[in-house]
Write a protein that binds this ligand. Structure first.
Ligand code: IYR
Length: 330
């Protein structure tokens, strides 16, 4: 797989493609980052961008994981002390999940976001940004219904992080897109470069295939789940025997979250995926790539129940090291 392909596989977009190709031409020593509001336990959303960070590390990038403690505070996720405590626990889980320890730097936002220079640059960005633009950028990130001033400051700080962490590539889920676009438009106004951004897709709600999976509503998978929890959740997942959203479902497109998890979480981490089946049902199936598994589900060769049972096994294998870490730290 060539470098550009590895960097961009399973990504929804790179802004811009040209900038992405430039990075891919010379990846060694380049730096990518993702920021996370610390929440203590890794869930499947964190794992999706973490898998992308592993692709980047394999391509030669250095990685910074920002433990965005101040951002979490601004987004009403608890007292500053509580947030700091949960952040410590997350570090170990990221490494257990498979990030390369020698190529990953963990940084707390509060290590640099209170510096005089940072705060002055933040005020400069505030002068360049309308309240409505900041508010729009937060539509898919903010918690709670009330719009607060802290939520307008949040995306500007996220933009500035890219400058202060000196990164070449900002990575995030599609829900971060508007913040990154704000950063691209606004940073040049204070004399900084527009950052290159890479966005990963959102996974649909496990049970319905509608909207996006989130931890606040619906079912999510996290490092706290036991093998039995995972099995139960995956068994209850929406998995029609087709890969594309149902065309009769106009206006209410339903994705197949089981296939999405195979594509974005499992195939990037395993050379081959084996679906175990008793001989009387045709014996084991083996896939070297996502496309062939999806095609078999569509043709009926692979039954959704068998796909789910394999998915639960692989997910359990992926989270087992992090789960062990969580339990031993408890
Ligand atoms: N907005 C992210 C958290 C975050 C990401 C980056 I990249 C930052 O520089 C700061 C915060 C979230 O929704 O979790």
């Amino acid at each position: 797989m060539d470098v550009y392909e590895r960097i961009t596989r399973n990504a929804t977009e790179v802004v811009t493609e040209e900038e992405g190709r430039e990075l891919a031409a010379n990846p060694e020593g380049k730096r990518a980052y993702v920021g996370y509001e610390p929440s203590g336990v890794l869930h499947i959303g964190h794992m999706l961008t973490a898998t992308k960070l592993m692709d980047l590390q394999e391509a030669g990038f250095e990685v910074t994981v920002l433990l965005a403690d101040v951002h979490a505070y601004l987004n009403d996720k608890g007292s500053f002390e509580e947030i700091r405590e949960t952040a410590e626990r997350m570090k170990a889980q990221f490494l257990a999940y498979g990030l390369d320890e020698d190529r990953t730097e963990f940084v707390y936002g509060s290590e640099f976001q209170f510096d005089r220079e940072y705060v002055l640059d933040l005020h400069a960005l505030e002068l360049e940004t309308s309240i409505s633009r900041a508010q729009r950028a937060m539509a898919e990130i903010k918690s709670g219904d009330t719009v607060t001033v802290s939520q307008a400051v949040y995306p500007l700080m996220q933009a500035l992080d890219i400058v202060y962490l000196d990164v070449d590539l900002a990575v995030g889920g599609m829900e971060q897109r508007k913040v990154h676009m704000l950063a691209r438009d606004t940073l040049p106004k204070i004399g900084e470069e527009a950052p290159t951004c890479l966005h990963t897709p959102l996974i649909a709600d496990l049970e319905t295939g509608v909207g996006k999976m989130s931890t606040s509503e619906g079912i999510s998978i996290s490092m706290e789940d036991s093998a039995a929890d995972i099995e139960e959740k995956v068994n209850a997942a929406y998995c029609p025997p087709t890969r594309d959203p149902d065309p009769d479902d106009a206006g209410n497109e339903r994705e197949n979250p089981v296939l999405q998890i195979f594509e974005y979480h499992v195939f990037p981490r395993y050379e081959t995926v084996v679906v175990e089946r008793p001989d009387q049902y045709g014996g084991n199936l083996e896939y070297a790539e996502y496309e062939s598994l999806a095609a078999d589900l569509e043709s009926g060769e692979l039954h959704p129940a068998d796909a789910k049972s394999a998915l639960a096994t692989y997910l359990d294998d992926l989270i087992a090291p992090g789960r062990a870490k969580l339990r031993s730290d408890a």
